[in-house]
Design a protein around this ligand. Structure first.
Ligand code: NAD
Length: 479
């Protein structure tokens, strides 16, 4: 143990490849791990999260400039522990071979779930622990080894992760390698048995091209613009409160954050008023408030401010929600006030690019059919949120749109049900994990057939074909 620390900072492709070779050799030598071994590995991940939760929250806060400790414990630690415990509880049931019908009564046809081998995890900065370690639930349950490349944007969290993993695992079980995009490029060029990438759609193109060279199976967990629809029958104050809760969580730096909201045109001002009140109730002040998280760095702050400036220049009304009227031009922690963009138009970048920050365009609509058309005209989102009491309209919206997942009358809650698949569709991703879907994503469903002892089974395909075969075919090929 602890041998990986020296390797982890070296991002050279050769070093990574040698590590992959050692993991694969160890995997092949061990064969499919027993249930006890899988549970032991899952338990060791749980233990490192539980034992070091405060250090993890501190590292996250250091990386972000300031990050709510409770939000870190909830969204980076608790989420992982929950996924890992769920996998532990269901592992034996998932591993059972699945029996299927066979042509002959005494033949056995079954699916046996095999580990794929070594899985690469390439993860982003917004939830550095959740998105690097929660996939381990399915990966370890399925019996695999793992190599993790966390984001360079959160280096303290990545360095701590490398240290904690090296302290709990042999490098051939789980290893962390560190570095930026060039390390990412080297990482994706490795011939993993499966690669899960969580990150932006732009980088996903590079990842998929690199994976194609080795025909590496891929899970892509991407982002995009997840819309909210507030129906006419919705409780406006409740909808605004719930939307702003998730829009301000991690300062909106969440792949599942509500990106923009469609509101009936006659309710836009009232919705904005409720949103302002909701933020004020959650955050009486922002700058020194330990519950409010910073934008991760100056580059991302400038990016988000650029979206607001662009919208302002193109005629939008900007509602900065700054409950204690603080001066944000003087601060060093790159926090920004939640901001509503009213009267946005399609020409504005804020309606074109993923926002990934506490900025919410409020888009007025007259007819729900137009909202459905506008959603369908865009790349398919990771999530769709719909607020209403009108079940007919709900069915119309859900039946006529596609997204990775849906939450009705709240935002993001579908991700809390571990049994549901978590993943996108189209530009928001490919494949899914969480619960059994994670186990399946990282397993090879091997078809295993034990032949019947019946004489017909042996002679069925063998010439010379005679009347018996012709009779069988005449009877079998029918409508
Ligand atoms: P990113 O795509 O910039 O980086 C993700 C990882 O890829 C990092 O580890 C990075 O070092 C690496 N990387 C960068 N360039 C690379 C390249 N050319 N080749 C290989 N690897 C490379 O993403 P980010 O900025 O860290 O995260 C934000 C994005 O992630 C947002 O779009 C967000 O929606 C998305 N996201 C999705 C989910 C999800 O589960 N669907 C969760 C969180 C974030």
């Amino acid at each position: 143990m602890n041998t990986i620390t020296a390797i982890a900072t070296d991002t050279s492709p050769d070093v990574m490849k040698a590590l992959l070779d050692r993991q694969r050799a160890s995997f092949l030598k061990e064969g499919p791990p027993s249930i006890d071994t899988r549970i032991d590995r899952i338990d060791r991940v749980i233990a490192l999260l539980v034992d070091h939760k405060d250090a993890i929250a501190a590292a996250l806060s250091e990386d972000f400039g300031s990050r709510s400790v409770e939000a870190s414990l909830l969204l980076d630690v608790f989420t992982c522990v929950g996924s890992l415990k769920y996998a532990k509880a269901h592992l034996a049931e998932w591993l059972k071979p699945e029996q299927h019908e066979a042509l002959f009564p005494d033949a056995v046809a079954e699916v046996v779930y095999q580990p794929k081998g070594v899985v690469g995890i390439l993860s982003p900065w917004n939830f550095p622990y959740q998105l690097a370690l929660a996939p381990l639930a399915g990966i370890l349950a399925a019996g695999n080894r793992a190599m993790i490349k966390p984001s360079e944007v959160t280096p303290a969290s990545a360095a701590l992760m490398a240290e904690l993993i090296a302290g709990a695992f042999d490098e051939t079980e789980i290893a962390v390698v560190q570095g930026g995009p060039s390390a990412g490029t080297a990482f994706t060029s490795l011939a993993f048995d499966h690669l899960i990438f969580t990150g932006g759609t732009a980088v996903a193109h590079h990842v998929m091209r690199a994976a194609a060279d080795n025909l590496t199976p891929l899970t892509l967990e991407l982002g995009g613009k997840s819309p909210v629809i507030v129906g006419r029958s919705a409780d406006l104050a409740d909808a605004a409160r719930r939307v702003m809760t998730v829009k301000t969580l991690n300062a909106g730096q969440i792949c599942l954050a509500p990106d923009h909201v469609y509101v009936p045109e006659e309710s836009v001002e009232a919705f904005a008023g409720h949103a302002v009140a909701a933020v004020g109730a959650m955050y009486p002040a922002l700058q020194e408030n330990p519950d409010y998280t910073s934008i991760v760095n100056a580059r991302h702050l400038a990016r988000i401010e650029g979206l607001i400036d662009d919208a302002r220049a193109k005629g939008a009304r900007i509602v900065e929600i700054n409950p204690a009227a603080e001066n944000f031009s003087q601060q060093s922690a790159h926090r920004m006030p939640p901001t509503l963009i009213l009267d946005p138009t399609e020409e504005m970048r804020v309606l074109q690019e993923e926002i990934f920050g506490p900025v919410l365009p409020v888009v007025p609509y007259r007819d729900i059919a137009d909202v459905i058309d506008r959603i369908n005209a865009r790349p398919r989102p990771l999530a769709l949120y719909y607020f209403s009491q009108d079940q007919q309209e709900e069915a119309r919206v859900l039946d006529n749109t596609t997204s990775g997942g849906v939450t009705v009358n709240d935002c993001m809650s579908h991700v809390t049900a571990e049994g549901l698949p978590f993943g996108g569709v189209g530009h928001s991703g490919m494949g899914a994990y969480h619960g059994k879907f994670g186990f399946l994503a990282f397993s090879h469903p091997r078809a295993v057939y034990h032949q019947s002892r019946m004489v017909e089974a042996e002679y069925m395909m063998r010439p010379p074909y005679g009347d018996a075969m012709r009779g069988f075919l005449a009877a079998a090929i029918c409508k």
